[in-house]
Design a protein around this ligand. Structure first.
Ligand SMILES: [Zn+2]
Length: 494
C-alpha cells in the first residue's frame, strides 16, 4: 500500500480549492496542502490501513469528519426500524398503519406487475386505504402495533435488499410499493428528515442535500395536502432545537419520475417551486433509465423553455445508471446538469470522459447501490477509481440507504477496502461533496472551512509523533453497524 503513495495528483480539486481560497480567503492553508499529491506526511494512513483490522478501519472512518451526502432519496433513506417507530408515532397525528400479513385469496386475475400487486406481502396501508378495501381483503391486514415479533422482523426485512436472490426488480417493483402509503404522510417524512440528520451528524457529516417531494401527501382521511402546507411542516421541524443540534445543514431537491407521461408537466411544476423556495436548490430526474420513455434528451425542449423564465435552479440528474453503453451522461450535460447521479456507464463514452476531466461537473458515486442493484457484479468492475484518478470530480453518497441497510461511513469503507484510497483522496472526496453542492455560496465557504478544520484536527490524532494506537484510544464513539457491511465484509462477526 505504501507504493501507492505516488498515485496521480488531483489537480481538479487543487485548482478549485485554490480558487476558493483566493475568492473567499476562508480556507486554511492545510486544506490546500491536504489536496496536493500524497506526501510522506500521509505515511501514517498507509501504516494505519496496513495494521488496522476491518473493525478498526470502520471505527476510524465512522469517527472521521465528513462533508455532505449529495445523492440521497429521503424516502429511500429511512431504515425499516425507523419506519416502524415513525409509523407508530404517527398515531398522534391521526394516522394508523396496517401491514398485509396474509393472503385470503380474495381476488383472482389481478395485475401482479402493476403498482398494486395483490399478492405483495407486508405492504403497508393507512386506515383510510384499508377502509376502502372489500371486507375479505381487510382481513388480510394487521395493525402495525399488533405485529408479532416474527411478523415485525419479516416486515422490516421486506424493505431491505438483504437476500442474494433480490436485486433490481425487488427494489423497483416491490420495496417502493410496500412503503408507498407511509411516505405520503408529511409528518412522518419531516421526522425522517430529522432521523437522517441525527444519524448523519453522528457520523461526522455536515451537509445533506436530499430529494424529497412536496406533493402527493395525504391527510388521515385520504384528502390531499397543498405543497405549501407540506413545506411549512418541514420548515418547522427543521427549526426545532434537536434538529439544529445535529449540526447538519439541509437543502432539498425535487425529482421527476422520468418515464411518466406527465414528466414534462411535473418538471415545469417542480422547476417553478424550486425557483421560488430557497430551501430547494435543485431538480433531479429519477427512475429506471432502462425504460426508454425516460431518455435525457426528452427534457431538452422543456428545460430550455424553463430557463427562459427562471434563473438559479440547478440540475443534478441520474444518468448512466444502466447496463448498456450509451451517451446519456453527455446528453444530460447538454440538459444543463452540473452533477451526474451514478454515471456508471460514463466509462463507455471516451469523449465525454475527456470532457469531464478536471471539469466543473461532478459524478455522484453510489458504490453500495450499484452492487446491490447489479449495475456491477463485482467492485473490480466499478469505474469509480478510474474517474477519481484521471481527475473527474467525484464524491461518495448513499442513494437509498434504507434499503441497502448502510451509512455514509460504509461507502467510505467500501472505497478504502476495494480501491485502497489514500488520505488525500479521502479528503478530496469530502471536499468535493461540499464544493459541488448546490448550497448558497457563503454557506459553502463556511462548510468547507469547518470540514477542513475538523479533518486537520482529526488527522493530528493519528499522525506522528502520535501513533494509530493512541488515535484509536481517543475514539470514544461506537460506530453504527448495519447489515450491508455485516453481510459483505463479515464486519459484525465479533
Ligand atoms: Zn438515486
Amino acid at each position: 500500500m505504501i507504493a501507492r503513495l505516488n498515485t496521480a495528483p488531483t489537480p481538479s480539486l487543487v485548482g478549485m480549492l485554490l480558487l476558493l481560497v483566493v475568492a473567499a480567503g476562508l480556507l486554511s492553508t492545510t486544506a490546500v496542502i491536504a489536496a496536493n499529491p500524497p506526501s510522506p506526511a500521509s505515511h501514517w494512513f498507509e501504516t494505519l490501513k496496513d495494521n488496522a483490522s476491518d473493525r478498526e478501519l470502520h471505527r476510524f472512518l465512522y469517527a472521521m469528519p465528513k462533508g455532505g451526502d449529495l445523492h440521497n432519496h429521503l424516502t429511500g433513506a429511512i431504515h425499516p426500524e425507523w419506519f416502524h417507530e415513525l409509523a407508530l408515532a404517527a398515531e398522534d397525528q391521526g394516522y394508523t398503519y396496517y401491514a398485509k400479513t396474509k393472503i385470503n385469496n380474495c381476488r383472482f386475475g389481478s395485475n401482479e406487475f402493476g403498482p398494486n400487486a395483490y399478492l405483495l406481502m407486508f405492504r403497508t396501508l393507512q386506515q383510510s386505504m384499508v377502509d376502502a378495501l372489500p371486507e375479505c381483503e381487510q382481513g388480510e391486514y394487521t395493525a402495525l402495533k399488533d405485529l408479532t415479533a416474527e411478523q415485525l422482523q419479516a416486515w422490516q426485512n421486506s424493505q431491505r435488499l438483504d437476500k442474494p436472490h433480490e436485486g433490481r426488480s425487488e427494489f423497483f417493483e416491490a420495496h417502493w410499493a410496500r412503503i408507498s402509503a407511509m411516505v405520503v404522510n408529511p409528518y412522518l417524512i419531516a421526522e425522517a428528515i430529522y432521523y437522517n440528520m441525527r444519524s448523519f451528524g453522528a457520523e461526522g457529516m455536515l451537509y445533506l442535500e436530499t430529494q424529497v417531494p412536496v406533493s402527493g401527501y395525504i391527510k388521515p382521511d385520504g384528502s390531499a395536502y397543498d405543497p405549501l402546507e407540506v413545506l411549512e411542516i418541514f420548515r418547522s421541524r427543521l427549526q426545532q432545537a434537536d434538529a439544529k443540534a445535529t449540526g447538519v445543514t439541509v437543502r432539498f431537491q425535487l425529482s421527476i419520475l422520468r418515464f411518466l407521461p406527465t414528466a414534462e408537466d411535473d418538471l415545469r411544476r417542480m422547476y417553478k417551486f424550486v425557483a421560488e423556495h430557497p430551501e430547494f436548490v435543485g431538480v433531479n430526474a429519477v427512475g429506471r433509465e432502462d425504460n426508454d420513455k425516460g431518455y435525457p434528451l426528452r427534457f431538452l425542449k422543456t428545460l430550455r423553455e424553463l430557463r427562459r423564465e427562471y434563473s438559479g435552479v440547478r440540475l443534478s440528474i441520474h444518468a448512466g445508471e444502466v447496463d448498456e453503453p450509451n451517451q446519456h451522461v453527455k446528453d444530460t450535460l447538454l440538459l444543463g446538469a452540473d452533477r451526474i447521479g451514478h454515471g456508471v456507464n460514463l466509462i463507455t463514452d471516451p469523449d465525454t470522459m475527456v470532457l469531464m476531466r478536471h471539469g466543473p461537473y461532478m459524478v455522484e458515486i453510489n458504490l453500495i447501490s450499484n452492487l446491490l442493484l447489479e449495475y456491477i457484479s463485482d467492485y473490480k468492475d466499478h469505474p469509480f477509481p478510474e474517474y477519481l484518478r484521471v481527475g473527474i470530480p467525484v464524491a461518495l453518497s448513499t442513494d437509498d440507504r434504507g434499503m441497502w441497510d448502510s451509512t455514509l461511513t460504509d461507502e467510505f469503507f467500501v472505497a478504502v477496502k476495494e480501491f485502497d484510497l489514500s488520505w488525500s483522496e479521502i479528503r478530496e472526496l469530502s471536499n468535493n461533496s461540499i464544493a459541488y453542492s448546490f448550497v448558497e455560496q457563503d454557506q459553502k465557504q463556511e462548510l468547507l472551512g469547518k470540514l477542513n478544520k475538523r479533518l486537520d484536527a482529526f488527522e493530528k490524532q493519528f499522525r506522528p509523533p502520535l501513533t494509530a494506537r493512541q488515535g484509536f484510544g481517543r475514539l470514544k464513539k461506537q460506530p453504527e453497524y448495519r447489515g450491508f457491511l455485516c453481510r459483505q465484509y463479515n464486519l459484525c462477526a465479533e
